[in-house]
Design a protein around this ligand. Structure first.
Ligand code: NG1
Ligand code: ZN
Length: 518
């Protein structure tokens, strides 16, 4: 077939380095950008097949999120704006790792297994972040999208592409599939929400944002006019000087537990950081003693779920709400949510697709990874079926400000800003809801990270033999301690997490556990 000849011809322009093996991990393929040209081309091919199979628009986002500028990556977005299924992740790995001569065989195999109708039209949305390598790599994806119906959105945040794919596949029900439509929907809802805030001072309307020198900074500038004077944003690390994710961004701030470089902060001032593709956000401030305070994904989930729970009581609809976390959630947050707030808390494996899935089991599922990646999923509900008009309108606007397809720094930021304003809450008061247990995360390089296998939402190791017992006996030495290890899905490392009553104990425990991993 002519189609396959075209694949052969184009794939020779995107040859696979012999022997190179890549894995479709937690967030798609991710590696040094030098190794990814063939993976991009082939992901483009697979996206076309997925689109034909689902008879819907599929997204392909070129980004390596919070990784260094030298890296890049690619992931597929399914019709409703969520992550692609596990089966198709498997196909992606097979297709990308097929040696050059076997490419057509593997491709035809997938077509046969999935009974893809090759005469069906395909539609693929492609987006990229601001990395220098994203230009040629997204071109490689487009080469792979054989059907010329592909739509190249150019520079967008990851969650914007998820949003637009969902809008396209719901015939506009979720919104208009354009970046402009995205700003309009979210910002209009934000403006409506903020009307419920009385006595908001200009100081409270100001927010400093660290754009991680990435796409988020660019998009914030585009959004500014839509929020008018209701939110005054100062953008730092906007890409004009610094390097992407270098000593800045949400991952740096969360891992280092200190402010990003390139940011001017005065004591008590509310600040936040995005990551390189703007799907994560963390907040922070320094107090008058110069002490740094981080408000991570767990604090964000707490704020949002508290607000929603109160709102549901006001609306008077019987809806079930839950918070979904991972093993990385701070123990204090879980305790507060379960014991004080009395909401259902679920723990899943790392990776937003797992959280998203668990959240969908509830009418309202607030899900956040501790690193600030998360959003709220809301089942088909009609707030206006409530007789309490004002509360119903508040809930409707809250729903509209949320990007339900995936974690989204811009949408989360607008929601958090609105909640703080409505509740008349300062960042210090928000921080004081509960006190984080001191914690430490470490990375350990091992010969083969796959020897570590885990269970119980990654909280316990089942192999290698003896490792969990070793961790258990180390944990026993410290008060309020907890620790676990798991292989990373995005880097060639094993991650170690420890928390305890004091920072010294958390540091010591993390160190001791990392020695046990060798
Ligand atoms: P891995 O490398 O599998 O730990 C990291 C984050 C995830 C998720 C993905 C995708 C941690 C501990 N892990 O995954 O939460 O965000 O990257 O970006 O933060
Ligand atoms: Zn990201």
């Amino acid at each position: 077939m002519a189609q396959f000849q075209e694949v052969s011809k184009l794939s020779s322009q995107h040859p696979k380095p012999p022997g190179l093996v890549l894995q479709y991990g937690t967030a798609g393929f991710r590696s040094n950008a030098k190794h990814l040209d063939h993976a991009m081309f082939r992901t483009g091919l697979l996206a076309t097949l997925r689109s034909k199979k689902t008879k819907a628009t599929i997204g392909v986002m070129v980004t390596a999120s919070h990784n260094p500028e030298e890296d890049n990556g690619v992931k597929l977005i399914d019709p409703m704006g969520n992550m692609v299924t596990a089966e198709w992740e498997g196909y992606a790995t097979q297709l990308v790792n097929a040696e050059q001569d076997d490419l057509l065989i593997v491709l035809k195999d997938i077509i046969e297994k999935e009974t893809v109708n090759m005469s069906q039209e395909a539609n693929v949305f492609v987006g990229k972040d601001t990395r220098s390598s994203s230009v040629s790599l997204s071109q490689a994806v487009l080469d792979g999208v054989l059907a010329l119906s592909g739509h190249n959105y150019g520079l967008v945040t990851t969650p914007q592409l998820h949003y637009m794919v969902c809008c396209q596949n719901t015939q506009g029900k979720y919104g208009e599939p354009t970046v402009e439509g995205y700003y309009r929907k979210l910002c209009q809802a934000f403006i409506q929400l903020i009307k419920n805030a009385s006595n908001c001072t200009d100081d409270q309307k100001h927010l400093s944002v660290d754009g991680a020198n990435g796409i988020g900074a660019l998009k914030l500038h585009e959004m500014e006019s839509h929020v008018k004077s209701e939110l005054q944003i100062s953008v730092f690390n906007d890409g004009s000087k610094g390097k992407l994710n270098y000593e800045c961004g949400a991952d740096f701030v969360k891992m280092q537990q200190k402010p990003p470089t390139g940011m001017e902060m005065s004591p008590g001032e509310r600040c936040c950081s995005y990551d390189g593709d703007a799907d994560r956000i963390v907040y922070y401030y320094t107090d008058s003693e110069g002490q740094f305070h981080l408000l991570d994904g767990d604090k964000i989930a707490t704020l949002i779920s508290t607000f929603l729970k109160e709102l549901l009581t006001q609306v008077g609809l019987d809806l079930k709400i839950a918070v979904v976390q991972t093993a990385y959630a701070n123990g204090s947050s879980t305790r507060y949510l379960e014991d004080t707030m009395k909401v259902i808390v679920r723990c899943t494996k790392t990776g937003v697709k797992h959280l998203h899935h668990a959240a969908q089991e509830f009418d309202i599922g607030v899900y956040f990874e501790a690193n600030g990646h998360g959003t709220v999923s809301i089942s088909e509900t009609d707030p206006h079926s409530s007789k309490r008009k004002r509360a119903a309108q508040l809930l409707q606007n809250t729903i509209n400000v949320i990007n339900q397809t995936v974690g989204d720094a811009i949408s989360d930021m607008l929601l958090i800003e609105a909640i703080l304003a409505i509740k008349g809450m300062t960042v210090q008061q928000w921080d004081a809801i509960y006190t984080d247990l001191p914690n430490r995360q470490l990375k350990v390089k091992v010969a083969d990270r796959r020897v570590i296998d885990t269970t119980d939402a990654e909280r316990r190791a089942v192999s290698p033999a003896g490792l969990q017992e070793a961790i258990d006996s180390l944990v026993k030495k410290y008060k309020l301690a907890r620790s676990f290890v798991r292989p990373s899905g995005t880097e060639d490392v094993v991650r170690v997490y420890a928390e305890a009553e004091t920072q010294e104990s958390a540091d010591a425990l993390a160190h001791e556990v990392s020695l046990a991993v060798y």
